[in-house]
Design a protein. Structure first.
Length: 335
């Protein structure tokens, strides 16, 4: 097996996954879904497989790197833009893949295809760390360095993880809502794919902070499994069930984007906090639909992906954990 150099780092509230909702999407959810289609802000391509080859500097590409997102979404456009700029400067060709919606089987097939094609490096945000670990290990055994970003697969042989400590990020979100509500109130929570390690860790950190430090009541936790339509349906249902809630917490960008549409349609004046900073979220903060966003410096992920894969392919040392930090963007809080 080829060797790569890695620098090791220094050493229940109620939870429900709302299923297909209330048998049908209500008039509000249907209107919101129409708005999603009209503005075209959710999925960059209608296909199930989004590919992009980059070699625009006139310099012959000496390496090909693959990037696999968990889903096709505008959230990852900033990552792609950053990766493209870095790849163009380095003379690297990029192949970017993403299922239309979160889909483990498609991510597995994309990994298998990249291994068969013999790319020079792979970066993946794995939707299921255990299921994808054998494919990550297979790539490493074939001499293809693999790094994870956003969400980790710590039990695999991946070389590095780019992102943040998601348990700590969840705690920071808990501190933010604590500051806004002064330690008391009722909160709704939405998250995405139940098997994603980063989302599980964020929820763990958030609930742990809330339970240890506040008298805030988490009324419900819903899972949309990476489906925008389901996120809208879930959020509408939670608001119907708990109309006197004080704040909404989105542990992923799909939930955050859904809240923007719901807040606009219903004219809500409640706190709404989300993970992920992209132009849509920044605009919503300015317009008052989003109170605060937790950023992990996502705009740099693409640049860092290309940089680490270049170092790994040159057999240079790479850090096992590249922490991109946690920052709160929005109103000032005391948490």
């Amino acid at each position: 097996m080829p060797t790569f150099k890695r620098l090791l780092p220094n050493a229940n509230r109620r939870s429900s996954g709302r299923v297909a909702g209330k048998a049908k999407v209500t008039a509000l959810a249907a209107a919101l879904l129409l708005a999603v289609v009209t503005v075209g802000c959710r999925d960059p391509e209608p296909s199930r497989d989004v590919s992009l080859a980059v070699s625009e500097t006139g310099v012959a590409a000496t390496r090909t790197f693959g990037i696999i997102y968990p889903m096709a979404d505008a959230y990852y456009e900033t990552v792609t833009d950053s990766a493209k700029r870095a790849a163009e400067q380095a003379g690297v060709r990029l192949v970017i893949k993403a299922p239309e919606e979160v889909n483990l089987e498609q991510q597995i097939r994309m990994m298998e295809t990249m291994i068969q094609q013999g790319v020079d490096g792979i970066a993946i945000s794995p939707v299921h760390p255990d299921a994808l670990a054998p494919l990550i290990d297979k790539a490493m055994e074939a001499g293809i360095p693999v790094i994870c970003f956003e969400s980790d697969a710590p039990d695999s042989r991946r070389l590095a993880y780019i992102g943040t400590d998601n348990v700590l990020a969840g705690e920071r979100m808990g501190g933010a809502i604590d500051g806004l509500l002064k330690g008391r109130g009722m909160v709704l929570v939405s998250t995405g794919f139940s098997e994603s390690l980063n989302l599980r860790q964020r929820l763990e950190g958030f609930l742990d902070y809330i339970n240890r430090n506040t008298q805030i009541d988490v009324l419900e936790v819903s899972y949309h499994q990476g489906i925008s339509e389901q996120a809208l349906t879930n959020l509408e249902g939670m608001i119907d069930d708990h109309p006197h809630f004080d704040a909404f917490v989105a542990l992923d960008f799909v939930s955050g984007a859904a809240s923007i549409l719901v807040w606009k349609a219903m004219g809500l004046n409640r706190y709404a906090l989300t993970f992920g900073l992209m132009p849509e979220i920044s605009e919503a903060i300015g317009n008052g639909q989003i109170t605060l966003a937790v950023s992990q410096d996502e705009a740099r992920w693409g640049e860092l992906i290309v940089d680490l894969l270049l170092k790994a392919s040159n057999n240079e040392e790479v850090p096992a954990f590249l922490d991109t930090g946690i920052s709160l963007v929005g109103v000032e809080t005391e948490g």
